[in-house]
Design a protein around this ligand. Sequence first.
Ligand code: ZN
Ligand code: ZN
Length: 355
Amino acid sequence: MFDRVQRVLDQVGAPMACLFTRPENMTYLSGFTGEGAVLVAEGLRAVITDFRYVEQAQQQAPGFEVFETVRGKGQNAWIEQALRQRDIRTLACETDHLSHDAFAALEKALDGIHVVSCPVDLQQLRAVKAPQEIDQIRQAARLTDDAFAYLLTRVRPGVTELNLVALLYQFFLDHGAQGFSFAPIIASGENSSLPHAIAGNRAIRPGDLITFDIGCKVGGYCSDFTRTVAVGQVDPELERIYEIVLQANLRGLDAVRPGVTGAQADAAARDYIAQMGYGPCFGHSTGHGVGLEIHEQPRLSAASEQVLEPGMIVTVEPGIYLPGKGGVRIEDLVLVTKDGCEVLSHADKKLLVLG
Ligand code: ZN
Ligand code: ZN
């Protein structure tokens, strides 16, 4: 954790303090998962929080001072005191996260101290994972494979999407996950044409495709995974789009390696779907980074100039969605390696027909 703070300060260069308010960035730098802020400078590492989280901060962020906010001495007053004591004249903060009002209040409280945007892109630093981060994500991915295998044993006509969500949650908690990494998408029949469907009371019936887009958290790190399965005989066009999406997924995986841009990886999957005549039915990007957040850097999208590097963890998740009929998405979580990628999702990708 300390080297992460030092790495930020080294990149900043100039004498300034940095204030982090985005929860995942606070956790990344200090280990603290509660509410508040993290303030760092040369010789200063502090978590600023309130009574509810003081003990937690002491446990989670060893080496950090804990500044407890109380009536009459809020976060900005603590920041001002810490900076004046050290004669620091510039404060960098996450202006892409702080609200306009919070920024204005900070400037007002720090009269005479410059408040600027943080010159270090922590999201970019977080994109390349350390070995212990990769371990956690690997575990989360393995558990998600297991959870999917378990869910398949419980799918039958009459079971609702929400029944499956409940079973999934129980499974994750029973097997060491901290919970979901996002609200699971378990979408059956015509609901599966909604890329971000909300699981509901619809009962599974023969002829359905069911999309399972699920993930859990282990040690604060997320997994992300999607498979689409058939219940009995499905419409031939749905079978056809399944094969196209599977090919697009494989082409995307093939493209993921160091030196490739997010746009190139995206194109590998997208161009194939377009060639097969379904371009307009694939409206989201091919993938995204996964870590402390479920969606983080880098993006595998048409606009992404980010270059893939070893240690990045991204998804490859093309899909085709036919409104009113159904949809298919196949998503793998992959680690970018020295010369390609390692797929961390192991569930089979041949169209599985249940029942
Ligand atoms: Zn997903
Ligand atoms: Zn995803």
